[in-house]
Design a protein around this ligand. Structure first.
Ligand code: ADP
Ligand code: MG
Length: 682
């Protein structure tokens, strides 16, 4: 018996040349080969008769060769071989091009299995270049479900097939990692059967079953890995919070919390009571009320004698949080402080002193919080807002200022729950899937260029009524990608030719931080009428006076992103609007955009985006940290992911990975999968 780690060169027919071709496909060992799964299958199982062959529908049939094949040399590089075959129903002429060598082996009077499609013309039926095998030879290319492998130059499907078949014959497939109970519950094939059947399925159905098993397995390993990571972290111990009475907090609120907010706060206080560091993501659409959830957490931390810090990505956001949190919490006896880069040196010094002495309880700030000169007295809870704007390093720097503080991350990007579990796999997730009552709808429209004059008039009307507008462009500067509106150019056009009398401001990601802040501040204070921007405004400020957003070339954005952008308006009392422009004519694209105009449910939109565009958009450049799945595909196998997740979490909770052979095998597969993820990070 060979081992999975043995090199492919031990196989018959695999010399240095073939080995090099395999290496192109990252196949070095027998294990790699066995895990080189077909990309598709061709069903060649059905046997029919010549009479029943249908035009252009390939099928297998048994037939006898009725004459000796004859090859004519037409010209250089073109040989044509003709032969006639027959079964009890009909005769059929076969034509082969440049296959003199193989076709001349067809023997007069002998029976073969052919696989091909007939083409019809006025003379009669004909078949070109069918595949064939002698009736008495083992089926390799006919009478079976044929796997089609990913290939590389010089490597044929047949040689991969032969190599895989040999490998499966001389070594055992990867060990079983799924406990029998799980396999039974989810109707999952065993490993030995699945690894064989994925290459040699007896039917298309079996191929499907094998594939399902392997996808399940992959997700199971992945989720089990995350569950173990979570479990190992929560073994650290912290003094549990004993005082989790929130009644005074609830009384101080100017409104009743939504069910989702109450649920999230409940989950948080349970975390805090547990005596292990909390790691929780609160995810909620724009306006779902994340700040109040964070406030409750901060309130609990302070009541239990610790400091809490809340880090926001911009000064304006920090100031806004500071304003609303101090209004709510100061009457409850909590001392709230603000620390941002734009404080005077003296203010900063005083605030830092208060933080160090412990005379500030909740500190709201920007990344000034993580600077070396900020020392906390007893930092027990770290809250980061709009998490995806922070690098992991900034988050962990802030955490490092306390001793294993509780961590609460807030994100406004609605991500389908399944993906959230992948992206923030080491975090627990609370979802705010409910908006406070009485939110006004943003009316959204999709228009084409013929509406330009009306759009401009509408902008003018909003401004005349004392409101402000955003105009979002997909690019910063004109680029080779023509037809994509560039913010810089568009801002200039608007200012010079369309609205010479209005105050147009420009904001984009290539501007310096301070410059951006200044523009944003000015807009927030009402000193510009129209802000032309790129997606940098996606996260951040609350300008309740902005009532209109025009998104240029909206088809260039993902649906979730459009939804995020749209959330920048509709924050005040006045009726708000979002206009999407597009000159795209693709009916599907337009359909998507129209759907966005009709719904305001961020999670629904995110699911839709996921189905349409796959998970790439959600992961963006951070996809790097994710494992490379061999069979599984995140955008279509979500249902299986959910099941596998359920199964793995339950299994780890009840059994752990100690003591069983599956557990040991699982651990080694987890290591392997995450090592592969690391490997792709560069
Ligand atoms: P998010 O950060 O999730 O986008 P915020 O926390 O900024 O949302 O809340 C948006 C607005 O809704 C704020 O003005 C907040 O005071 C208000 N708000 C939050 N929760 C509720 C609630 N349960 N009922 C009414 N208004 C609420
Ligand atoms: Mg917020």
């Amino acid at each position: 018996m060979a081992r999975l780690s043995d090199p492919v060169t031990i196989l018959k027919g695999v010399g240095p040349t073939t080995a090099k071709q395999f290496a192109q496909l990252n196949i070095f060992t027998l294990g790699d080969l066995i895990c080189h799964f077909p990309r598709a299958y061709e069903d060649r199982t059905k046997l029919t008769t010549i009479e029943k062959l249908e035009v252009d529908k390939p099928a297998c049939f048994k037939a006898m060769v009725m004459n000796t094949p004859r090859t004519s040399h037409i010209r250089k590089g073109l040989d044509i071989t003709k032969v006639q075959v027959a079964d009890h129903t009909a005769r059929l002429n076969l034509t082969f091009f440049n296959q003199k060598f193989t076709t001349e082996q067809l023997q007069y009077g002998k029976e073969y299995i052919f696989y091909g499609a007939v083409s019809g013309d006025f003379i009669g039926y004909n078949m070109t270049s069918p595949v064939f095998e002698p009736l008495d030879a083992p089926p390799i290319t006919t009478r079976r479900v044929l796997p089609l492998y990913p290939l590389t130059a010089g490597l044929s499907n047949a040689s991969v097939l032969k190599a895989v078949r040999q490998a499966l014959a001389i070594c055992d497939p990867p060990e079983e990692i799924l406990p029998e109970a799980v396999r039974r519950e989810y109707g999952i094939l065993g490993a030995d059967r699945a690894y064989y059947a994925i290459h040699e399925p007896s039917s298309m159905e079996e191929a499907e079953l094998a594939k399902r098993r392997l996808i399940f397995e992959e997700f199971f390993i992945f989720s089990a890995g995350l569950a173990l990571m979570r479990a190992s972290r929560s073994q650290k111990s912290l003094p549990p919070y004993t005082d989790c009475d929130l009644s005074a907090f609830y009384k101080a609120l100017p409104f009743t919390l939504t069910g989702a907010q109450t649920r999230a706060i409940g989950e948080i206080s349970e975390d805090l009571r547990r005596g292990a560091p909390m790691n929780r993501l609160v995810q909620g659409d724009v306006g779902s009320g994340k700040t109040m959830v964070a406030a409750a957490a901060a309130y609990l931390a302070v009541r239990n004698g610790h400091q809490a810090a809340m880090m926001a990505p911009t000064e304006i956001l920090a100031e806004q949080h500071y304003a609303s949190l101090s209004k709510l919490l100061t009457p409850l006896g909590i001392r709230v402080a603000l620390l941002t880069g734009s404080l005077t040196p003296k203010q900063k010094k005083l605030t830092r002193q208060a933080i160090e002495e412990g005379s500030a309880d909740l500190i709201v700030g920007t990344h000034a919080l993580v600077s070396d000169s900020t020392v906390f007295c007893d930092l027990g809870l770290v809250i980061t807002d709009e998490q995806h704007r922070f690098g992991v390093s900034q988050r962990s720097k802030l955490s490092a200022k306390g001793e294993d503080p509780h961590i609460l991350v807030m994100s406004a990007t609605p991500i389908p729950r399944t993906l959230a579990l992948l992206m923030y796999g080491d975090l627990e997730v609370s979802i705010l899937d409910e908006l406070p009552p009485g939110r006004q709808q943003i009316d959204s429209f999709l228009v084409n260029e013929s509406y330009r004059a009306r759009i401009n008039a509408f902008i003018r009307k909003q401004v005349a009524e004392g409101h402000q507008c955003y105009v979002v462009c997909p690019a910063v500067e004109e680029s080779e990608d023509l037809g994509m509106k560039a913010a810089t150019v568009w801002a200039e056009t608007l200012q010079k030719t369309v609205f010479p009398d209005l105050r147009i401001a420009l904001l984009h990601g290539q501007m310096k931080g301070a410059e951006k802040e200044a523009v944003m501040n000015a807009f927030a204070q009402g000193s510009a009428d129209v802000l032309v921007a790129t997606t940098v405004i996606e996260v951040g400020v609350d300008v309740p006076n902005a009532t209109l957003m025009v998104i240029e070339d909206a088809d260039r954005f993902g649906l979730s992103q459009l939804h995020q952008l749209r959330g920048r308006v509709g924050r005040g009392k006045a009726k708000s609007y979002c206009i999407l422009t597009s000159h795209n004519r693709n009916p599907e694209t337009l359909q998507r955009l129209k759907a966005l105009c009709k719904t305001t449910d961020g999670f629904k939109i995110a699911e839709e985006d996921l189905n349409l565009r796959g998970p790439g958009d959600f992961f963006g450049s951070r996809q790097s940290g994710l494992p490379v799945f061999r069979v599984a595909n995140l955008s279509c196998d979500l249902q299986t992911l959910k099941l596998a997740q359920q199964a793995s979490v339950r299994w780890i909770d009840t059994m752990g990975t100690e003591g069983s052979p599956e557990g040991r095998a699982l651990r080694s597969r987890i290591r392997e999968l995450f090592a592969r993820a690391q490997g792709t990070m560069n």
